[in-house]
Design a protein around this ligand. Structure first.
Ligand code: AMP
Ligand code: MG
Length: 275
């Protein structure tokens, strides 16, 4: 039998609140694998099948909830990650919550107000496509609140996530890490390829001018909120296929560690006869 490759995802995990420099974290790691190696395709299919099974088990078991947070630079691949990693997973038990620029009503509340109502219920997986972390990212980079305000949010967020984990939610967080060159290529592709025009947003060019400020804001976010109960993974995301493998591996490992089981069948099922 062919050797099945596997990925050591621990290397991408931010250790409990340790300061980091994102320049030291790879954006283009391939784990020593080649995209075209048939074993790599098989590995993805295997992980995807496992995720499908585990999600069904999570739903049937009904005692646990999983929150998956995805943050990235623009063009970092949030949408593609969700589309590929969750391909084939039963949509009944999985929900995506996308956080856009807050509405007036949302802005009139505290910044966690709009977030809390989207957290998963028992048996459910919820994926946050952007999240409460925008409130220490775009908000910080553009000075939408004072320094004092965004700085104390790290503490709020740690407490909020601890509330969720204390009450039975498992949290994993992914930062999709791409290089500035890779972003340039992806933006260029959106200009060059008609079927990608809809994705092109001039606002992304403006944000690109703040690249360094965003990298600093991401690094602080990762260090301040990378806890052992709600860990961050810095996913090398220049190669989409490797990014998907890393995230699928973490999700499968996380769900497999939950000790999920099908509930006991009702007594007497074997005596039932259907007329
Ligand atoms: P997209 O994900 O491309 O549809 O863009 C959503 C936009 O909403 C991004 O430009 C985000 O920076 C912005 N956004 C999301 N959350 C917030 C927030 N809390 N405050 C300000 N802008 C936000
Ligand atoms: Mg955008």
């Amino acid at each position: 039998m062919a050797h099945t490759p596997a990925i050591d995802v621990n290397q991408y995990r931010v250790q409990n609140r340790r300061r980091i420099d994102l320049a030291d974290w790879s954006t283009d790691d391939n784990g020593g694998m080649a995209k075209r190696d048939p074993a790599v395709g098989l590995l993805f299919d295997e992980l995807n099948g496992r995720l499908e099974e585990l999600q069904e088990l999570l739903y049937a078991d009904g005692r646990h909830k999983l929150l998956v947070v995805i943050q990235a630079t623009d063009t970092g691949g949030k949408d593609g990650t969700i589309r590929h990693v969750f391909d084939g997973v039963n949509p009944q038990g999985v929900r995506v919550a996308s956080f856009k620029r807050p509405t007036d009503d949302e802005l009139a509340h505290d910044y966690l107000w709009r977030v809390h109502r989207h957290t998963p219920r028992n048996g459910e997986i919820v994926i946050f496509n952007r999240s409460h972390y925008e409130d220490v990212l775009v908000v910080r980079v553009h000075g939408l609140v004072s320094g004092k305000q965004w700085q104390r949010r790290y503490g709020h967020i740690r407490d909020f996530e601890r509330l969720l984990t204390d009450e039975g939610t498992t949290i994993v967080k992914f930062f999709l890490h791409i290089s500035k060159d890779e972003q340039k290529e992806r933006l260029q592709a959106r200009l060059d390829e008609p079927e990608k025009h809809w994705k092109f947003d001039v606002a992304d060019l403006k944000e690109r001018n703040h690249w360094d400020d965003y990298q600093t804001a991401f690094a602080d976010m990762l260090a301040e909120t990378g806890t052992s109960d709600a860990p961050w993974y810095v996913v090398p995301a220049d190669r989409k296929w490797y990014r998907n493998l890393v995230i699928s591996t973490v999700l499968v490992d996380t769900l497999a560690a939950l000790d999920l089981r099908f509930p006991d069948a009702e007594a007497g099922l074997d005596a039932i006869e259907i007329n």
